[in-house]
Design a protein around this ligand. Sequence first.
Ligand code: MN
Ligand code: MN
Length: 377
Amino acid sequence: MTELPQPIVGHLGATVAGPRNPEVEAQNPDILTPPVTDNGGIPNLKFPFAMAHNRLEDGGWAREVTLRECPTLKELAIVNMRLGPGVVRELHWHKEGEWAYVTAGRVRFYLVDEHRGTLVEDLEVGDLWFAPPGVPHAIQGLEEGTEFVLIFNDGNFSENETLLVTELFAHMPREVLAKNFGVDESAFDGIPASEKYIFRLPVPGPIEEARAELGAASMTSEYVFRGADVAETKWNGGATKIIDSKTFKATPMAFLMIELEPGGMREIHWHPDADEIQYYLSGSARMTVFNAVSSARTFDYVAGDVGYVPKNLAHYIENTGTETMRVINVFSKGDYRDVSLNNWLALTPSALVQGHLDVGDTLMKALRQGPGSVVKG
Ligand code: MN
Ligand code: MN
């Protein structure tokens, strides 16, 4: 039997008598044995999708991390959804904006906006969409099925409380439906009594057929964005990609993809006006979050975990594994902004910096040399 790690740092700590949960402890080494710099009462900023209730439906599933799962998620909530070939997330709308990122397969996205603009687009891994509040839409898996995350700009959002076309029909008086559409009431004899939510349909035909039926005049593509249309920025130890409202005009939520090589680190920074939600795609990472007064806590993440950072709290992300770490960050504002600790100090007179921190010339020289070994935003 291998010996379990013990929470001991020098004279601090003691062995755990037990009972223990070694698998969970192994995924959270900085919770079991925090760095001695951790202090105070930072609330929980991690929730694995593996611990989120999964709603199983006809040919797909959906699970969510909202402020019910993790009370720090004030401004943003996240949903992870899988749809098999042809499987539909039914026509619906909601009060919050929906930002999406495709993580597997291919998907057809449908939307009709208030200007009678209609959108039918086939999207693949790395592509984005945004459905504004109140704007109805539907999602359908193509031949290979699909998986994606949806991020909503209100932590109180629930995927189980959206406004559905089936329920709208079920809850209008039949004579009103008949009058509204100018047909006989008997036209509605077969409508479902309750929601369909996620259900199987045949894989749809070529996209040109769907577009031809709707007419090219009203077609829009302003609510989707191809990830491949923005190039990565290379840094020492990794790469980043930003897609925000400067390029994807329809989105009020900015996106930052971060890739870190083993040992690579996204520099210490904070976001002056936006909360950040994180979805880890591969590898393993740690992050320390700093807040007033004298508070810091370090969290560990692996692929499939959700992280969160409230606005203005300083943080970094470090690859702690032996493979490439990939994470997406989504922000509650459309215009991406961060404040870099390195930039701040590099642009402050050295006598002032040295007077505060009692550091020597080595740090000041490193600051003046530019980004160095960290990944910037
Ligand atoms: Mn939706
Ligand atoms: Mn950040």
